[in-house]
Design a binder for this molecule. Structure first.
Ligand SMILES: Nc1ncnc2c1ncn2[C@@H]1O[C@H](COP(=O)(O)OP(=O)(O)O)[C@@H](O)[C@H]1O
Ligand SMILES: [Mg+2]
Length: 331
C-alpha cells in the first residue's frame, strides 16, 4: 500500500491509530498524536508508547487484541488492536472501552441494588413467619399484627417486581417507535381520576388547553408516566396543609408540554440530577413508608425516551417541584 493511502486510511479513523514499521511509527492520525504527543511520527515505538505491557504485545508483531489500561492517560481502559498490514507493517488501534465499562458497572450495580431491595422485605417476612410458625402461645392480637406485617412486606416486594417488569418491558421496545394517536387530554384526565381517591389532603387541578393535538404514543405507557408523576406529587409534595397539585398540558412549537407541579418541600439540588436513577431516593425510609419503590422516575425517563420526548425536573427547596415532559405532536 502506498504511504499516502496508509495515511489517509488512518486519518479516516476516529480512534487513535498508527502504522508501525520495524519498531518505528511511520504514520499516525490526529487522535493518536493528541493522546501520545505531536512528535510521534518517525519515533521508535518504545518512545511513542511508553507503556511496557502494550509494548510487550506490539514489539513481537503478532496480530491480536488485548485489554490494557493507562496508555497515554492514567486509568483509561483500551482495547489495543494489532493487525498486520502489508510489507511487515503493523496497524495499531486503540479502542476506548470507558463506555462499555460504565455500562457493565451500571448493570452490576442494578442487579446488586435490586437484590438488596428485595432481600430487605423478605428478611422481615421470614422473621415474622418464623414467630407465627414456632410460637404456639402467641395470642390472636399478635398473630393478626404479624400477619399484617407479612402482608405489607409481601405487597412491597410485589410492587418492586411489578416496577422492574415494567422497566424491562419498556426497555424491550425501546427502539420501536409507538404509533397510536393518543390524546394527552384524555390521559391526564384519567390519571387525575385514578389519583383522586388517594389524595385526600391535597387538591389536584387539571389545566388542559382546548383542542390539544394528538401525540404518537403508547397510551398505557403515557398513563403510567402521568400516574407516576402524580403519585410522587401526592406522596412527597403534599405534606403541609395548603397543597395544590397542578397537572397541565398545552401546545408548544411542535411539542405538547405536559407538566405536573406541586408546592411541596422540593428536591435539594445535589439530589436533583440523580432522582431518575433506578432505586435512587432522597429519603429512602420515607419513600418505603409511602409505598415507593425508587423506580418511578426511572420508568418515566424510559417512557419519555421511547416517545422521543424530553424530561426536565425543576425544583426549588421550600417552593415545590415541577416535572416537565415534552412530547412531539403527531404529524
Ligand atoms: N414531587 C416531588 N417532590 C419531592 N421529592 C420528589 C418528588 N418526586 C420525586 N421525588 C424524590 O425522588 C425520589 C425518586 O422518585 P421515584 O423514582 O418516583 O421513586 P419513589 O417515589 O418510589 O421513591 C423520591 O424518593 C423522592 O425522594
Ligand atoms: Mg415515585
Amino acid at each position: 500500500m502506498a504511504s499516502a493511502d496508509t495515511q489517509s486510511l488512518l486519518d479516516a479513523l476516529d480512534e487513535p491509530a498508527m502504522a508501525i514499521d520495524h519498531g518505528v511509527v511511520r504514520h499516525s492520525n490526529a487522535a493518536a498524536r493528541e493522546l501520545l504527543g505531536v512528535g510521534i511520527d518517525g519515533k521508535d515505538v518504545r518512545l511513542a508508547i511508553r507503556h511496557p505491557q502494550a509494548l510487550e504485545h506490539i514489539l513481537p508483531g503478532a496480530a491480536g487484541d488485548v485489554e490494557i489500561t493507562g496508555i497515554g492517560q492514567f486509568g483509561r481502559p483500551w482495547t489495543l488492536s494489532i493487525r498486520a498490514i502489508d510489507q511487515g507493517m503493523l496497524l495499531i488501534r486503540l479502542i476506548d472501552r470507558s463506555a462499555a465499562i460504565a455500562a457493565e458497572k451500571m448493570r452490576v450495580d442494578f442487579v446488586a441494588n435490586a437484590s438488596h431491595e428485595l432481600r430487605t422485605p423478605l428478611s422481615t417476612i421470614l422473621g415474622y413467619a418464623e414467630s407465627l410458625a414456632d410460637d404456639a402461645d402467641l395470642d390472636s392480637e399478635h398473630r393478626a399484627k404479624f400477619g399484617a406485617i407479612i402482608r405489607g412486606e409481601a405487597k412491597r416486594m410485589l410492587r418492586i417486581i411489578e416496577d422492574l417488569m415494567s422497566l424491562s418491558r419498556i426497555e424491550a421496545v425501546r427502539f420501536v417507535t409507538p404509533d397510536d394517536r393518543v390524546s394527552v387530554a384524555e390521559v391526564t384526565a384519567s390519571a387525575v381520576e385514578n389519583a383522586g381517591r388517594g389524595a385526600q389532603h391535597c387538591s389536584i387541578r387539571l389545566d388542559v388547553e382546548q383542542q390539544l393535538p394528538a401525540v404518537l404514543g403508547d397510551r398505557a405507557q403515557l398513563l403510567q408516566l402521568v400516574d407516576n408523576l402524580l403519585s410522587n406529587a401526592i406522596r412527597y409534595g403534599c405534606e403541609q396543609g395548603e397543597c395544590v397539585i397542578r397537572v397541565a398540558a398545552s401546545r408548544g412549537d411542535g411539542w405538547i408540554r405536559l407538566s405536573v407541579a406541586d408546592n411541596g418541600p422540593g428536591i435539594p439540588r445535589e439530589h436533583l440530577r440523580r432522582v431518575t436513577e433506578r432505586f435512587y431516593r432522597v429519603d429512602a425510609a420515607r419513600s418505603r413508608e409511602s409505598g415507593g419503590t425508587g423506580l418511578g422516575l426511572a420508568i418515566v425517563k424510559h417512557i419519555v425516551e421511547r416517545h422521543k420526548g424530553t424530561l426536565e425536573i425543576l425544583s426549588t427547596v421550600g417552593a415545590g417541584t415541577e416535572v416537565l415532559v415534552r412530547l412531539p405532536i403527531a404529524p
